[in-house]
Ligand binder design. Structure first.
Ligand SMILES: NC(=O)c1ccc[n+]([C@@H]2O[C@H](COP(=O)([O-])OP(=O)(O)OC[C@H]3O[C@@H](n4cnc5c(N)ncnc54)[C@H](O)[C@@H]3O)[C@@H](O)[C@H]2O)c1
Ligand SMILES: [Zn+2]
Length: 255
C-alpha cells in the first residue's frame, strides 16, 4: 500500500500503473458521506458529524420512528432543506468527467442526497435510498413527497405511515441493489473508495471485494479507515481536492 498526503498532490498519479488502463477500463466509484462534506453536508461518524450531536436510534431507526414519528419527520425535513441549499462539489463534478473518459463506469453511493445525479453522474446506484422520496412504512409503496405538508404525519391508502425512503439502522438493504453493487464491484478494474468510513456493513465490504477480485483500488479520505491498509493507493486528502487532480493525471495518461 502506498500512502500519499496532499503535499505530494502534484505527483498523485506517480504510483498508478496507467499502462494497464484504457478508455475501455471498467471503473466503479463507491462513495460515502465524506464526498458531500465539502458541499456543506455534515457526515455521520467523523468528529463533529451528525451522530455526535443526535441520537441515531431516535432519528434513524424503525423504533425511533414508531416512538416519535413527528420528531423523525421534522429532522428529515431539516436535513432536506439543508441539502437543497447545497451544491455538488469538485469531487462530484470530477466523477462526471471521469465517466466521460471511462464510458463503462458506475457510481455506488451510500448517500441519500442526490448530489451525484445533480452533478451529472450517470449509472448511480443509491444503496441507502433517497431523502427526497417517501414510502409507506407498511406496504413499502413509494409516494411522492408533498413539500407543503412535509412535516405532517401522512398515511398511505393501506393505513401505513409515510416515512423517508432511506435505509435506517437495523434495516436490511434491498437484495437486488446489493447484488448489483457486488456485480459492479467484482467486474471493475479500477475501484475508487471516496469519503466513506468503511464501517457500515454490508456496504463496507465492497472495497475489500473489489481488491479480492483484482481491481486496482484508490481510497481518498481525510482519515484512515479499516480499508486503508489494504488499498493499493491511499490518498489522505479531501476528495474535492484530490479527485480533480487525479482526473487530470488519468486524462493525460489514458485519453
Ligand atoms: N438514515 C440515516 O441517517 C442513516 C442511518 C444508518 C446508516 N446510515 C448510513 O451510514 C453510512 C455511513 O457511512 P459513510 O461512510 O457514508 O459516512 P461516515 O460519516 O461514517 O464517514 C464519512 C467519512 O468521510 C471522511 N471524510 C470527511 N470529509 C471528507 C472529505 N472532504 N473528503 C474525503 N473524505 C472525507 C471521514 O474521514 C469519514 O471516514 C451513511 O452513508 C449512511 O447512509 C445512515
Ligand atoms: Zn401502504
Amino acid at each position: 500500500m502506498i500512502e500519499l498526503t496532499p503535499i505530494f498532490n502534484a505527483m498523485l498519479g506517480a504510483e498508478i500503473p496507467f499502462e494497464k488502463f484504457s478508455k475501455d477500463t471498467r471503473v466503479t466509484f463507491f462513495t460515502g458521506a465524506g464526498i458531500s462534506a465539502e458541499s456543506g453536508i455534515p457526515t455521520f461518524r467523523s468528529t463533529g458529524g451528525l451522530w455526535s450531536k443526535y441520537d441515531p436510534v431516535k432519528l434513524a431507526s424503525p423504533e425511533g420512528f414508531n416512538e416519535n414519528p413527528q420528531l423523525v419527520l421534522d429532522w428529515y425535513a431539516w436535513r432536506r432543506d439543508a441539502i437543497r441549499l447545497a451544491d455538488p462539489n469538485p469531487a462530484h463534478l470530477s466523477i462526471t468527467k471521469f465517466q466521460k473518459l471511462f464510458h463503462d463506469s458506475a457510481v455506488i453511493t451510500q448517500n441519500v442526497d442526490s448530489l451525484h445525479s445533480r452533478a451529472g453522474n450517470n449509472s448511480v446506484l443509491e444503496l441507502h435510498g433517497n431523502i427526497f422520496r417517501e414510502r409507506c412504512n407498511n406496504c413499502g409503496e413509494e409516494n411522492g413527497l408533498n413539500s407543503d405538508e412535509r412535516t405532517k404525519i401522512r398515511y398511505c391508502h393501506c393505513g401505513g405511515m409515510l416515512r423517508p425512503d432511506v435505509v435506517w439502522f437495523g434495516e436490511t438493504l434491498e437484495n437486488q441493489k446489493l447484488e448489483q453493487a457486488f456485480e459492479l464491484t467484482g467486474a471493475c478494474q479500477i475501484f475508487f473508495s471516496l469519503g466513506t468510513s468503511t464501517q457500515v456493513y454490508p456496504a463496507a465490504q465492497l472495497p475489500f471485494y473489489a481488491k479480492e477480485h483484482g481491481a486496482y483500488t484508490i481510497e481518498i479520505n481525510t482519515e484512515r479507515t479499516p480499508f486503508s491498509n489494504h488499498t493499493d493507493l491511499f490518498i489522505k486528502d479531501a476528495a474535492g481536492h484530490a479527485l480533480p487532480n487525479l482526473y487530470e493525471e488519468f486524462y493525460a495518461a489514458v485519453s
